[in-house]
Each structure stands twice: as structure tokens, then as C-alpha cells.
Design a protein around this ligand. Structure first.
Ligand SMILES: [Zn+2]
Length: 405
């Protein structure tokens, strides 16, 4: 909600900025679905790093391409698991690593939104969630080039997958085929969310990736033990990702890590009908995803006025429960930060530049007066622990957090 008139450029946080890409791109991420696992940038998939693994020994033995019969089997698996049928045969391209890399690089050129990433970077920097001297875009690009094994190009309705990785290639293909299948029945184009200042896009993204992860997990489940191991070796053999900050990685991974837990909950409650419903009636906040809120229940989000900026306003938006959690984690144990972030009931932030620093001011509403008090105390701890300047005050029923770096 814009209380101060229309901003010239609606800005989005990192998760939202790259979400349009993620709708199309099935990435293989380092992050696992356990939300208690810390994400440490240079560490590959922790489940796959037992012992010294020379990944190429398995990877090079698998054929780059799959025969048509095998692709048809995987298509049938996706249809049966997702309980939908392709109306047209999906376009599938399975490519050698270098050829796939070249295609992907071109795809990223068209999909990465530099100005949105820069704006997100400023907000993350002001909140001390990303180093002040780090440019996110080149690292993000490198990350995506190293970790992406497949993507669905919505424009040409084509699934492209890197071949030669045996069961890992097959599980990625299953994931991407789920996107292709759902795009025949639902509007997966995220442009309709791009002008929103809230977290709608991120929450929708969590449903889309959660659904694909659901089908992928069902596929992995029915593999033999030997195939499961081979798949893990394939993951372990991927080139280590570049050093993006932990909070940036958690945000990138959110649609996959928490989206898959969320969708598991939906399926348990109502089967694949519930997955359909989540795409037509998606949640609007990261808090609904993290809390596993049922579809159709309106989350009571408080409408918050944008606070004043101390200089020319650079951007504005909603931090949301996820970004609040990441801020709280800079001073609190992870479990406490998560618990408190789920007491989020709404916020509004603005940013501006102060000499060489970037500043963010957020007005945050908690779900109860007691929670507001806890939020005030916790954010005061955050401010104390900070390099740079941060300040916390209670303003009526709001907690006002100002942070510069
Ligand atoms: Zn995906």
C-alpha cells in the first residue's frame, strides 16, 4: 500500500528481483529443506559431501542424452504424480555440459534484472545482510551458471537440461517437466506481480518451486539405493558456488527450501487438488509459507504507512517475515529468530543514501503487544551487535528500526 503517493520506481527485495528468473529456472541449490541447516556459501550439498568424492567418475559414464522411451516414462511419472495430463507433447532438450552452459548464459542475459538486483543489494547492505564491498550481480550470475542443471523457458515452452549425470539429470528433468505441465493449466508468468510492493511474488514462487520439488522428491523416493547414491555424487561434483552471503543464499533458496515443506503440508491436507488451488489462489507473504498456513485463510496483514526517509527516498517496500528473520539472526540464535519473525504482522520500509552509506528505515507491526515488546528488545540486540549504525524505537504500536551501512 502506498500512503505517500505513487513511488517513481517500485522496488523489490532480492528474492523478488530474481524470482521471475526462478519461475523459469530449475536450479540445483546447496540448500536442503531443513530450515535449521545453516547455509554456508562455499559448502556443496551437505548430504553429498561424505568423504572425498571424485564426481566425474560417475558423471562421465552416463550418456548425455536419454532415449525417447525413457523421456516418455519420465513424462508419464510427472503426469501421474501431479495428476494432470500434457495437452501437447513437451519440448525437451538434453544437452552436453558446455552446450547447456552456453544456452544458460544467454538465458541469464535476458532474465537477470540488473537494476532490481542493485536495488536489493542496497537494502541488504543497509541491513548488514550483505558485505558493503560486495557486488551481488556478478556473484549471482556465477552462482546460477555453476548450480543450474535445468530450466524451463516459458517463452518457448521448452525444457532444457544438462545431460550426462544419470539419475541427477533425470530428477532435474522431472522437476522441469512439472513446470512445463503446470504452465499448460496455470498462469506461471510472474509479471503480474512485478508492480506489487509486497511479497506476493516470493510467495507465489514458493508454491511453483514447492510443487516441482514435490514431484521431484517423489521421483527420487522410488530410485534404488545405488541410483540415490549416484545422484548424490552428481550433486557433490558440481563446482562450488561463489561466496554470496548466507542471507542472500537463504533468500535465493527460500522458494525451494521452505516452498517444498509448505507444499508437502498442502498435499497432506488435500492431495494434488490443494496444489492446484495454491496456484490459483496463492499466499501473499513469506510468513504464510513459513507457517504452513492453509490456502484460502487470509493472513491478517497490517497495512503500515511508509516511514519518513532522512534524504531523497531511493526505494520502498515490505521487508516481510523472511527478511526480518535474517536481520534477527544477526544477533539471536536461529530458532529464536525464526519464532519471533513469525510474530510479524506487517511492515513498510524506505531507503535513502547518506554520503557513502545506504540507510533503511522500517516500521514493523507485531501480532500482539507482547510480541512487539519482544521485537523491540531483539532489534535492540541487533543494533548493539552491529557494525555501522542502527537505531530502534517504539512509535505508538510500531517498532521503528533504522539501519545504515
Ligand atoms: Zn523449478
Amino acid at each position: 500500500v502506498s500512503m505517500n503517493g505513487s513511488p517513481q520506481n517500485p522496488r523489490r527485495l532480492l528474492g523478488l528481483a530474481i524470482a521471475a528468473l526462478l519461475v523459469a529456472a530449475g536450479m540445483w541449490l546447496v540448500y536442503r529443506s531443513s530450515t535449521d541447516d545453516p547455509v554456508v556459501a562455499p559448502t556443496p550439498d551437505p548430504t553429498a559431501t561424505t568423504g572425498a568424492v571424485v564426481a566425474d567418475t560417475t558423471a562421465t559414464t552416463a550418456a548425455v542424452s536419454l532415449d525417447a522411451g525413457r523421456v516418455a516414462e519420465l513424462v508419464a511419472f510427472v503426469e501421474a504424480t501431479r495428476n494432470l495430463t500434457f495437452t501437447e507433447e513437451p519440448e525437451v532438450e538434453i544437452m552436453a555440459a558446455d552446450e547447456f552452459g552456453a544456452e544458460l548464459a544467454g538465458f541469464l542475459d535476458t532474465e537477470l534484472d540488473s537494476s532490481a538486483i542493485t536495488e536489493s543489494e542496497d537494502v541488504y547492505r543497509a541491513l548488514a545482510l550483505s558485505p558493503t564491498d560486495q557486488e551481488i550481480e556478478p556473484l549471482l550470475r556465477e552462482f546460477l551458471l555453476r548450480r543450474t542443471l535445468g530450466y524451463y523457458d516459458n517463452e518457448s515452452a521448452t525444457v532444457r537440461v544438462r545431460g550426462g549425470l544419470g539419475p541427477l539429470t533425470e530428477s532435474v528433468l522431472v522437476h522441469e517437466l512439472t513446470h512445463a505441465l503446470e504452465s499448460e493449466y496455470f498462469d506461471l508468468d510472474s509479471d503480474r506481480f512485478s508492480e506489487r510492493e509486497d511479497e506476493s511474488l516470493l510467495a507465489f514462487q514458493a508454491v511453483v518451486e514447492g510443487n516441482a520439488a514435490f514431484v521431484e522428491a517423489a521421483f527420487v523416493e522410488q530410485l534404488s539405493e545405488a541410483e540415490k547414491t549416484e545422484r548424490q555424487l552428481g550433486q557433490a561434483g558440481l563446482v562450488a558456488p561463489p561466496p554470496l552471503s548466507g542471507p542472500v543464499l537463504v533468500t535465493l533458496a527460500f522458494p525451494y527450501s521452505e516452498g517444498s515443506v509448505y507444499v508437502d503440508g498442502l498435499f497432506a491436507a488435500g492431495g494434488t487438488d490443494m496444489l492446484d488451488l495454491a496456484l490459483t489462489n496463492p499466499p501473499r507473504t513469506s510468513e504464510q509459507i513459513s507457517e504452513g498456513q492453509a490456502i484460502g485463510l487470509e493472513d491478517a496483514v497490517s497495512e503500515v504507512r511508509f516511514p519518513p526517509a532522512d534524504d531523497v527516498e531511493m526505494s520502498r517496500g515490505v521487508l516481510g517475515s523472511l527478511t526480518l528473520r535474517l536481520v534477527l539472526e544477526t544477533a539471536l540464535p536461529r530458532a529464536n529468530a525464526r519464532e519471533l519473525s513469525l510474530e510479524w504482522s506487517g511492515d513498510a520500509f524506505v531507503s535513502w543514501r547518506e554520503q557513502t552509506a545506504v540507510c533503511v528505515r522500517a516500521d514493523i507491526v507485531a501480532e500482539s503487544p507482547a510480541a512487539q515488546e519482544r521485537m523491540l528488545i531483539a532489534l535492540t540486540e541487533v543494533a548493539k551487535a552491529r557494525v555501522g549504525t542502527a537505531d530502534v524505537v517504539a512509535v505508538d504500536d510500531l517498532v521503528r528500526f533504522t539501519s545504515c551501512a
